[in-house]
Ligand binder design. Structure first.
Ligand code: GRF
Length: 202
């Protein structure tokens, strides 16, 4: 098999999507390796998961930079040190700037069926709207808030009595599988983008 694709994964929280990727990459046939994990904050379980897996980590905090542009450039430089084939935002709660988006393909995951309910509260907003089906979306990141071309989606039913936490947990179970499957296929098979349509494979 050809050389494993190099993934840099960005996290801001508990890192269960990161963990799913780390677990998947243990099998060489998956075709990818997590070469570094970056975060925008210290002390999160996502970084601890990387450390336990022996994966190098870095933290670039927005508040340590006088300007957003400075943070954007610093983050892109930290990512570039690891020469990724693909950057994966796995619960990374910041919009990436041009220095990263122009240098690397970036995949993002969102706990709603885009273009419905973008933003930081996709699960809460879907629930408040009263939808009966929601889900998760894996997309290519662009400069907007969850506006990039959609790569894969999977639906999740909303149950009577769901609250934000129960629904998010059920979505995350599906989301982890979708992210692992999509990233693996992208690194193994490549992808094309025509307009807003993404196709995995040659
Ligand atoms: C995921 O649902 C992601 O889409 C959202 O935050 C959650 C991150 O979960 N933005 P985890 O940190 O991977 O456990």
């Amino acid at each position: 098999m050809s050389k494993a694709g190099r993934l840099v994964v960005l996290v801001s929280g508990s890192g269960t999507n990161l963990q799913a990727l780390l677990d998947a990459t243990a099998d060489p046939s998956y075709g990818a390796a997590v070469v570094a994990v970056g975060a925008d904050r210290e002390g999160i379980e996502g970084l601890a998961r990387a450390e336990r897996a022996g994966v190098p980590t870095f933290v670039e905090r927005l508040k340590d930079h006088p300007t957003r542009a400075g943070w954007d450039a610093a983050l892109a430089a930290r990512i570039a040190e690891h020469k990724p084939d693909l950057v994966v935002c796995a619960g990374f709660m910041k919009i990436l700037g041009a220095p990263t988006l122009e240098a690397f393909p970036v995949v993002n995951t969102h706990p709603a069926l885009l273009p419905s309910f973008p933003g930081a509260h996709g699960v809460r907003d879907a629930l408040a709207h009263g939808v009966k089906v929601t889900g998760c979306t894996v997309m290519l990141a662009d400069a907007g808030v969850d506006t990039g071309p959609i790569i894969a989606q999977e639906a999740v039913r909303v149950f009577d009595g769901d609250d934000e936490a129960s629904l998010h947990e059920r979505i995350k179970t599906v989301e982890r599988g979708l992210l692992v499957d999509t990233v693996g296929r992208m690194v193994r098979e490549g992808w094309t983008v025509t307009g807003r349509t993404v196709r995995i494979g040659k």
